[in-house]
Design a protein around this ligand. Structure first.
Ligand code: HEC
Ligand code: HEC
Ligand code: HEC
Length: 469
């Protein structure tokens, strides 16, 4: 009798759970939302065969690598015990279920505006269809004072995210694009400049930022500094395929965004993003005379440089010591991009003229493309350029990059060996990194002064109180 009562109770208790039995449409929507939010880019380790969403990817930050968490529904190592509320708080506010403040390497500042419906769909997707993985990634260990996670409370007050407010008066398509760009796509986490404390500068939204040495260019509607000169079709093609002849190529972190996220979005959503980007207020750069892709004429060369037998072949590059940019270009680049830099007509090997990376006002992306290559899956297939980071020294990379900008891009741009070394190490450190020890010392000094003040005040009072009559 008692047993039956227990069994009945169990059925009654699990009834609500049954009522929430996997709703395939919700889970499917959650899978799409996860694509649009690119959760996999950071939560699945890049090594082939890594378990999806089991974490362990070191996300480079100026303060040191931040390791992504296991977000599979494992009850012991992942988020299996998260309620919908816990999940919402982690994704929108950057606070884990145990109260830990997450670092903004998890882009909760952007996800703050994700709609309730999309969060519920994401939750259903992770809980019901992701395979639990019972392993934990290593812990993140940042240097003092950044290991003190409560610092994020103050930072969040200043720079934390906020809900999504659609632009008033914009049509439904533009508002959908704005939603995707501002929230799930977290485009501004790379494409907006940051201030001294690493907060995004709202007044220069999408005006260009840096990420691990790469430049995430200005993608506002400014026709010279931004992508105002790109047609909507070109923007859609770039996000879907990762390359647009005469405009640019998605390398670096943009290649990852295309591969894992953007190429999987519906055509309607990509069109919405393009339509919205056309409306983003321009952020101008008075120093620029033409857009990065606007250097379309190759400057002439001395053909003798390229006569057979003059300089090393590609296979001998690792042993070559020359610092002559023309000879290095001939050996390392010309086989694919052509001696005249024109690439192939079908764009398999892109032209180096009218190429945003070559014509940019900073050589950073050109240097890093040479050092780390291109390896990207786009909707139109695989794009691959080998890395030259091992074959060429920093000085040789500087020489060939300077040759490339002077012949195919902005001739005023050159690059030297220390700059190449700095870029390859992740770019110039942000101000906050150098300032942190000083800030801590100043804060410590203020605390010490307050303590001394309080103590002497107490002492003063006491000595007054106990004054002999
Ligand atoms: C740009 C990289 C990045 C992206 C994209 C990203 N995350 Fe994260 N996420 C992280 C990192 C890094 C951490 C750990 C942060 C820390 O330790 O402070 C984290 C932590 C979390 C946590 C906290 C888990 C715990 O208990 O520690 C949850 C939940 C989470 N992410 C969910 C998501 C979801 C859902 C998405 C997609 C909508 C997503 N993340 C996209 C980098 C990312
Ligand atoms: C993780 C960082 C990151 C995120 C997130 C990101 N981008 Fe990018 N993006 C880059 C980088 C880096 C480049 C430069 C790539 C290159 O030159 O090879 C780039 C290039 C671009 C370009 C080409 C601009 C030009 O002038 O050449 C466009 C357009 C673009 N991104 C749009 C977007 C949109 C829209 C989103 C959000 C849906 C987005 N990006 C999200 C890092 C990012
Ligand atoms: C094996 C052929 C090959 C060689 C050799 C090669 N490239 Fe590339 N390069 C490519 C391919 C393929 C792409 C990407 C095309 C795409 O994304 O559709 C590319 C892209 C580029 C881009 C645009 C990258 C971006 O992110 O915007 C630049 C700039 C570039 N290469 C410069 C060079 C230079 C300089 C050298 C010599 C040091 C070189 N390439 C050697 C095949 C090659």
């Amino acid at each position: 009798m008692r047993r039956l009562a227990f069994a009945l109770a169990a059925v009654v208790i699990s009834a609500p759970a049954l009522a929430q039995a996997p709703d395939p449409a919700l889970v499917e929507r959650g899978a799409y939302v996860a694509r649009a939010g690119d959760c996999t880019a950071c939560h699945t380790a890049p090594a082939a065969g890594s378990a999806p969403f089991a974490g362990g990817y070191d996300i480079p930050s100026p303060m040191g690598p931040i390791v992504s968490s296991n977000i599979t529904p494992s009850k012991t190592h992942g988020i299996g015990n998260y309620t919908l509320d816990d999940f919402t708080r982690a994704v929108r506010e950057g606070i884990a279920a145990n109260g830990t403040h997450l670092y903004p390497a998890m882009p909760y500042t952007a996800y703050a505006g994700v709609s309730d419906e999309d969060i519920a769909a994401l939750y259903a997707y992770f809980m019901l269809s992701v395979e639990p993985v019972d392993t934990s990634p290593p812990k993140t260990e940042l240097p003092f004072p950044f290991d003190y996670r409560a610092l994020m409370i103050g930072w969040n007050l200043l720079y934390g995210g906020h809900g999504f407010t659609p632009s008033p008066g914009a049509g439904g398509q533009v508002q959908r694009g704005q939603y995707l760009v501002e929230t799930l796509g977290h485009c501004s986490t790379c494409h907006s400049p940051r201030n001294l404390l690493m907060g995004e500068e709202r007044s220069r939204f999408l005006g260009g930022g840096t990420v691990g040495g790469w430049i995430a260019p200005n993608i506002t509607s400014d026709p010279v500094a931004g992508i105002g000169g790109w047609s909507e079709d070109e923007i859609v093609a770039f996000l879907r395929d990762g390359d647009v002849p005469g405009r640019g190529v998605a390398g670096g972190q943009m290649a990852e965004a295309v591969e894992h996220s953007l190429r999987h979005l519906t055509d309607d959503d990509l069109r919405a993003i393009a339509a919205y980007l056309k409306t983003v207020p321009p952020v101008a750069d008075p120093g620029l005379t033409r857009p990065a892709y606007g250097w379309s004429e190759a400057r002439p060369i001395a053909v003798t440089t390229f006569e057979p037998g003059n300089g090393p072949m590609q296979a001998d590059l690792a042993d070559a010591t020359t610092l002559d940019g023309a000879i290095l270009f001939n050996a390392a680049c010309a086989t694919c991009h052509g001696i005249d830099g024109a690439g192939t007509p079908d764009g398999t090997f892109p032209s180096l003229t009218a190429n945003a990376t070559v014509g940019a006002s900073s050589p950073a992306n050109l240097v890093l493309t040479i050092a780390s290559g291109v390896d990207r899956e786009g909707a139109d297939g695989h794009a691959f350029m080998q890395t030259f980071g091992a074959e060429l020294t920093d000085a040789q990379i500087a020489a060939v990059a300077t040759y490339v900008t002077s012949r195919f891009g902005n001739p005023d741009i050159s690059v030297d060996e220390p700059t190449v070394a700095l870029l390859r190490a992740g770019g110039p450190p942000p101000w906050i990194l150098g300032a942190a020890p000083w800030l801590v010392a100043i804060a410590g000094g203020i605390v010490a002064l307050i303590v001394v003040g309080l103590v002497s005040l107490l002492f003063f009072r006491r000595s007054r109180r106990y004054q002999p009559a």
